[in-house]
Design a binder for this molecule. Sequence first.
Ligand code: F6P
Length: 540
Amino acid sequence: MTPLTQTPAWKALEAHHQTVRDLHLRDLFAQDPARGRDLAIEAAGLYLDYSKNRITRETLPLLTGLARERGLRERIDAMFRGDRINVTEGRAVLHTALRAPRGTVMEVEGHDVVPGVHEVLDRMAAFARGIRDGSRKGFTGKAIRTVVNIGIGGSDLGPAMACEALRAYADRNLQFRFVSNVDATDFREATRDLDPATTLFIVASKTFTTQETMANAQSARTWCLDALGDPAAIASHFVAVSTDAAKVAAFGIDTANMFGFWDWVGGRYSLESAIGLSTMIAIGPEQYREYLDGFHAMDEHFRTAPFERNLPVVMGLLGLWYADFFGARTVAVLPYDHYLRRFPAYLQQLVMESNGKSVTLEGRRVDYATSPVWWGEPGTNGQHSFYQLIHQGTQLIPCDFIAFARTLNPLGSHHAMLLSNVLAQTEALAFGKPAEAVAAEGTPAWLVPHRTFEGNRPSNVLLAQRLTPGLLGSLVALYEHVVFTQGALWDLNPFDQWGVELGKELSRRILPELEAASEPDLAHDSSTNELIRRLRSAGQ
Ligand code: F6P
């Protein structure tokens, strides 16, 4: 494949960037009154206003031209067809099958995987109903009151985000907690006020080998046995979610209490697989289906809409435009809905574990920027923290604002205030406040530069009617496909994560060195050796 930066479409974008980079959004809007109406796309319940981006009407056709030249259409088709596009792990990538309606056919190596997906969904539904209506009791006969999900990365961030996002739809008689960190503080604080007789642990791990999860699961088991006194209690208080039945059994969880998924579901793409069991218990199987339908609606849009009207494709291409042509190193995700407060953390794994790579599928080092750092906080809190830098700092930080027309918690003017802030921020970022306007207000000359907003800072606004299970599904699928689009254009494999391995390997070597009774022979670098000695002599 021709290197990305050598392609005609890339060269055309470079030339185009020269003509666009000094244009101000103030002028672009002044010259094109229909811009705010026209540069918008609506799909699967989401309205994207992308007019406040540093683009002209020529930019998107050039970007979609690049997408065509780089075979994005073929890559999308290959994913939905179940090809083994995760080449470095030899796996298909078919998380879209997890939300496919019953009766859809999606194949891996000629085998339709959708019936298996629904079989697991049906078992999850029966289990979730049992917990919700109290018929599936704990070992001592008491109903389950608290569900503790033990998992990390994709086995934690997705369900933790979804449970929080859909709290308004959840059974308020149940509480949900998430333990991920190997730091025992996480487990201790999550369980200190819980009654083991009314607690259910979901041990969620795709591989069932992850150090943190296995350590927390062992501690949970001990905590449970210490209180309930009988190994038979484990069956009533532990279920597993994994792709590896043998490892689940070896851990001591009966596979009758296991909900499976498959190697064609990546960890960070698994929140609506059985990894979403906590979410299903929270909102019930019917609303969980609405959640899956939201994903599916966005999948269908992504699969079929022309690139120029394709929400994930357009957002993905705009992200590439800033990363590669404007040198943007970060992207801020700013949900104006408190229920979405874990959304940026969830997105960080999705985006950065997927496209935080620097070699192409053919193993060549890239000579262009790949994924920026993604970060964010809910509005309006962030406004009183880091927005200063977005408005007046030296970096260009494209922002995604997410807002809902209706609130789930009407209270006086709160929601109008919230919305007025989203609109004000995106307007201020784009148009700023020129020095002349500041001076005209009678500002002393020496203060004018400090109070001037240069503007021209780009943002997307994603609007939806209301945060519902279905809408959350669409929103997650949107970003999954943004990541896919960018990975395809950057010629990366967004579905492996070799970069996390070395640290795991080294920690396995260091652990016995920290715990050894007598001074071990240390053969690390002098810094690591010294730190180990210091920690050993300090005790734990
Ligand atoms: O270490 C990274 C990672 O493999 C993630 O990709 C994954 O989501 C997480 O660990 C947890 O893995 P598992 O679900 O297998 O415990």
